[in-house]
Design a protein around this ligand. Sequence first.
Ligand code: KG4
Ligand code: ZN
Length: 348
Amino acid sequence: MADVLLGIETSCDETSAAVLVREGAGVELASLIILSQDVHRVFGGVVPELASRAHLATLPRVVERALAEAGVGWHAVDAVAVTSGPGLVGALLVGVSYAKALAYAGHRALIGVHHLEGHLFAPLVEDPELAPPFVALIASGGHTLLLDVPAWGRYRLLGGTRDDAAGEAFDKVASLLGLGYPGGPEIERLAASGDPARLRFPRPLVSEGYDFSFSGLKTAVLRAAQASTDLATDRPQLARAFQDAVFDVLVSKVERALEATGYATALLAGGVACSRTLADYAAARLRGRARVVAASRRLNADNAAMIARAGWFRLGRGERSTWTMDAHAALPLPGLEASSYSPFPQHP
Ligand code: KG4
Ligand code: ZN
């Protein structure tokens, strides 16, 4: 078991390192550095090649800074956890190669972490008492998954997106409304001043199972924007109606999963869970039936603390990665089990 673990995350456009240290029977976050790559803003989306180069240029300094802030020297680090997928393969490769070299050179334990399992562990960094069973919604720029989590490390897939991920829909709608990248925070800001009564978009698949579909909604926003004669005035309403539709669908599926499983906790994770509006809406709608858990904004966005925490869990179970560990653009979630819940619990 590790006493001091260094976590590294480079799957997309955040270069991040974190240090976790053993504290009695628990584990504490000693430092977290997140360097967001600004270069992609100019292009309105992440440019993979630029992301890899930026990771290469900054990762060593980000790691050194994380160690310095944690007040630990290299000699104390006895394990390295790194995101091995899914993500941009060139970006992942920078972190994986660096982590492997650090582990090999210093005789340290090495563990490759699934990025989405990292997102699931984010709330545990801040709330060590958090324990399954719970229903988890992971909504990021690349994925939208609904999981039944009976125990840490055991995941039953209830549903996923059939087309765009929820975060991706936010980014695309932001772009068509002339807003910046990433789109989620921009839409959340604009929607706050939008009148919810002015416009309503359809809720795709809302009364059907656990799967999601967001591409039709994006087209509906595009049509409405094209039909607008005064986009400057209508933009907040469009943002509001879009956000309301996405959140209604997301929380409806969480609600259905809670009913089917009988669980009393819902965990919201991934970049989209940075939205306070989503967390507040979910909490209000599920009040009296389930507790809604979400990490702070800093830990819901891509970061190495969540990767370190998931790695700590896997190392604690005696797992280790070997020197053949590689970066994977696509990677199945470890611990996936068949789900026994019908996607139509109200019509068995
Ligand atoms: O998990 P994440 O940081 O990166 C991936 O692994 O993809 O998620 C990024 C996504 C982006 O699509 C971004 O627009 C979305 O999370 N996001 C939000 C908000 N903040 C970030 N979506 C809605 N509302 C927000 N406040
Ligand atoms: Zn992510």
